[in-house]
Write a protein that binds this ligand. Structure first.
Ligand code: NDP
Length: 300
């Protein structure tokens, strides 16, 4: 692996080891076993794989895993009833509803029904607000993972020019907030940004969270910049055989890797850290719910 490639799998493995230690301490010192409930509605094969992976890793770090596999036609009321039960169960410290939910379910109603103290992917507006005003709370898993890798690459991020492409509630907006908190000068770009290549060329740190395969070209990147590619896009891969596909990011990796100082690959970059941060957030919420200070190395 080229030396400027950020190995997200290795970062995630290291983070999971630390989480295991924190889980052991919580059990030994406070008799608490953090528990994560994941709800999936419908049978989208990619989501099923993702959720299985989350459950496996939850158990591997010594936490309890509760998986709820609901049929595609489950009613909003039934889903809300389950969430309300989990909201009050003392052995559940984190609740994640795998998004998107089917069209007949109003996602906003689901998000607003979550107990904010158990909202491990920061869907709830209360937690988005806490991030905005600098209070401790769960931070969206993907931006948290990106921040952990950036801190490790750079040490201090102070004064860096950061450009975040994408402004979703789950990735772009919290990422920009976190970078602002690190004293970066932050620009948020989106589909209406004029001359995106020129905006990206200013950046010491580029976060691409768009969902468009290889959109960010090598000549958009400033020499030596750090590039974090959040995008996950499936494209045809005829070189692997007829009908085969492969995953690529939002950044044209082959071009950008020659110019960037450091860059995350897809797959193997941000993705593994996202799941590890879900586990980290469950430890954080288990601590906060029980009036214990969460481990400093797990929070933003
Ligand atoms: P959304 O679709 O919610 O947001 C996409 C953002 O990209 C929007 O803000 C949109 O702008 C912007 N955008 C779209 N087209 C352009 C363009 N041509 N130029 C500039 N900006 C553009 O996506 P998410 O934030 O949920 O996810 C983004 C990507 O990250 C996806 O590929 C997703 O699969 C991946 N992802 C990966 C995760 C991981 O663990 N690695 C976790 C979560 C997501 P506007 O607001 O103006 O429409």
């Amino acid at each position: 692996m080229s030396t400027n490639i950020i190995d997200g799998k290795a970062y995630a493995a290291n983070l999971r080891e630390r989480i295991s230690e924190h889980v052991k301490n919580l059990k030994n010192q406070h008799n608490i076993t953090p528990g994560l409930a994941v709800i999936i509605v419908g049978h989208d094969p990619a989501s099923q794989v993702y959720v299985r992976n989350k459950a496996k890793q939850t158990l591997e770090v010594g936490m309890n895993s509760f998986k709820y596999d609901l049929p595609e036609n489950v009613s909003e009321t039934e889903l809300l009833t389950l969430i309300n039960k989990l909201n009050t169960r003392p052995d559940v410290h984190g609740i994640l509803v795998q998004m998107p939910v089917p069209d007949h379910i109003n996602a906003t109603n689901i998000i607003n029904a979550l107990n904010p103290n158990k909202d491990v992917d920061m869907f709830h507006p209360i937690n988005a607000g806490k991030l905005m005003v600098g209070q401790v709370g769960p931070v969206s898993c993907t931006p948290l993972g990106c921040l952990m890798m950036l801190r490790d690459v750079h040490g201090s991020l102070e004064g860096k020019e950061a450009v975040v492409i994408g402004r979703s509630n789950l990735v772009g907006k919290p990422m920009a907030q976190l970078l602002l908190r690190e004293n970066c000068t932050v620009t948020m770009a989106h589909s209406r940004t004029i001359d995106l290549p020129a905006v990206v060329r200013r950046a010491d740190i580029v976060i691409a969270a768009v969902g468009r395969a290889k959109m960010v070209k090598g000549d958009w990147i400033k020499k030596g910049a750090t590039v974090i590619d959040v995008g996950i896009n499936r494209i045809d891969a005829p070189e692997k055989g007829e009908g085969k596909t492969r995953l690529v990011g939002d950044v044209d990796f082959e071009e950008a890797v020659k110019i960037a100082g450091a860059i995350t690959p897809v797959p193997g970059g941000v993705g593994p850290m996202t799941i590890a941060c879900l586990l980290a957030n469950t430890v954080t919420t288990a601590c906060l719910i029980n009036g214990i200070s969460p481990p400093k190395d797990l929070v933003a």
